[in-house]
Design a protein around this ligand. Structure first.
Ligand code: C5P
Length: 231
């Protein structure tokens, strides 16, 4: 099977899915945990593949699970599966290295955000297509945020109006993401952080509540509920 979805698409989506997911409790690697009977990764890939601009999907799987992930995803969508690394950043770099010639827009989407709406893939890609080098989906921060010391003592209150919670998919002009990873130092928790260090302007687009990151058991229960409600 070819690893190509829409041959006229201009977007490659990298899906880091090699994390262990210790915060979900003991069990399989997080991306392979079931949500309504199917692994999180299957949900994520199916939704990404439904976005019309997507040309290629590259999944970074736990090294021990590459073959099983390949078989698992074969009926879902044509995908390239590579072994991930010890850190998320290494998993993204491995996936990026496997993108074939063609797509000039690269999105990075965490498998843990399994209910990604295809429209969000399109809106991030469109913002890159319209000329931005780096684009992140964000939501306003609803809680009051305090800075605290190691002993739990409050040091101060942060101005929440200037803060945003950042989701994925994050989108980049391909050359910008490649340069960011080539220059990467200590692992960061997102890809926009890498290109920020290169002085690249990163712009925000509206995120989606449905793109929540499934990290703890409560998130899994919430995602099950959203799916049952038609998400
Ligand atoms: O660890 P965290 O929940 O922030 O992981 C975000 C995403 O990065 C998840 O989809 C996870 O599977 C992925 N990841 C990875 N390789 C690692 C660690 C995390 O692909 N070594």
């Amino acid at each position: 099977m070819t690893a190509q979805l829409n041959p006229r698409g201009d977007v490659a989506v990298l899906v880091p899915a090699a994390g262990t997911g210790v915060r979900l409790g003991p069990g399989a690697p997080k991306a392979l945990r079931p949500l309504a009977g199917e692994p999180l990764l299957v949900h994520a890939v199916r939704r990404i593949a439904a976005a019309p601009s997507v040309h290629t999907i590259v999944v970074a799987a736990p090294a021990a699970d590459v073959e099983s992930v390949r078989s698992m995803l074969a009926p879902v969508a044509p995908v390239i599966v590579v072994p991930g690394g010890a850190e998320r950043q290494a998993s993204v770099a491995a996936a990026l290295a496997a993108v074939p010639a063609g797509p000039e827009i690269v999105l990075v989407h965490d498998a843990a955000r399994a209910l990604i709406p295809p429209d969000l893939v399109e809106s991030v890609a469109e913002a890159v297509r319209s000329g931005h080098d780096a684009v992140i989906p964000v939501l306003p921060v609803v809680d009051t945020i305090k800075e605290v010391d190691a002993g739990g003592r409050v040091l101060g209150t942060v101005d929440r109006s200037a803060l945003r919670a950042v989701q994925t998919p994050q989108g980049f002009r391909r050359s910008v993401l490649t340069a960011g990873h080539a220059a990467a130092g200590d692992p960061l928790t997102d890809d926009a952080g890498l290109v920020e260090k290169q002085g690249v302007a990163v712009v925000c687009v509206p995120g989606s509540e449905h793109a929540l990151k499934i990290t703890r058991p409560f998130d899994l229960a919430l995602a099950e509920h959203l799916l049952a409600a038609g998400a």
